[in-house]
Ligand binder design. Sequence first.
Ligand code: NDP
Length: 263
Amino acid sequence: MKLFAIFGDPVAHSRSPLMHNSVFKHLNYDACYTRVHLPDGSKLKETFFALNLSGANITVPHKEAAYEACDEVRGFAKKVGVVNTIVNENGRLIGYNTDADGFMFAIKEFGAIKNILVLGAGGTAKALCARFMEDGIKVSVLNRSQERLAYFRELGCECFSWDDFKISKYDLVVNTTSAGLKEEILPCPSDLLEKILDNSSFAADAIYGKMTPFLKLAKSKNITFKDGADMLLGQGVLANELFVNYELKTEEIKLHMSKSFEL
Ligand code: NDP
């Protein structure tokens, strides 16, 4: 039996084990998926091999550490330096990023999006911004601190920290910070966020399974919003295809993953 896992800190909230196990169980694939609480990202590789894993997903805050841990990085992950999926290929760790395409799947229902404000500048923001830029979308980034903005400036995004933010009109504002995941806090000061939401058509949170303070504020302003559940589904389907080396049908993976959301 193959063993897969998700690494993160925190990781108890993760729905990935339910999603992947639902696929393995219903499609009779001989595998099991568990969660591993990993406070120290530099221990990722040794923990992966100690558990004899065939593959893994990586969540907050280790996606950049996962990039470093890989022997080879393929596709979009190589461009952004952020890995959320690892496959064990004959003892070599191969890294991929399925978050960005998962998110594009999630926002399809909002129609044409030309101008996005991204809150946060971590691993998820990097992947999403690079993907948005590829699609010719105008991207602005607002982060608590300046340090992580250099990457986004180079990418061609308009960058701000809380002190120097200048408001525009946005088709979509996305929360990619982890504010709201554990604590009931907003991703930026409330006066800024009020203005941002007053100038945005849609709001999306990468956090899933709860009404975050960010989404509650969007709702109170009658803005169409969604949480990160569809992004989770999108990235999960793509990761599962990599785990089973495309032996299962995409539509069936998607069906059984979606069903696990009802559990
Ligand atoms: P990282 O740790 O790489 O980045 C976190 C970002 O959040 C940084 O920009 C950090 O700012 C900011 N931040 C953290 N705490 C606060 C706070 N209290 N106030 C304001 N900003 C804050 O995380 P990831 O990019 O890996 O993940 C971010 C979120 O996205 C997580 O909640 C994760 O669960 C979610 N996610 C969901 C997915 C899905 O499938 N739905 C997929 C991927 C991620 P600073 O630079 O100042 O430290």
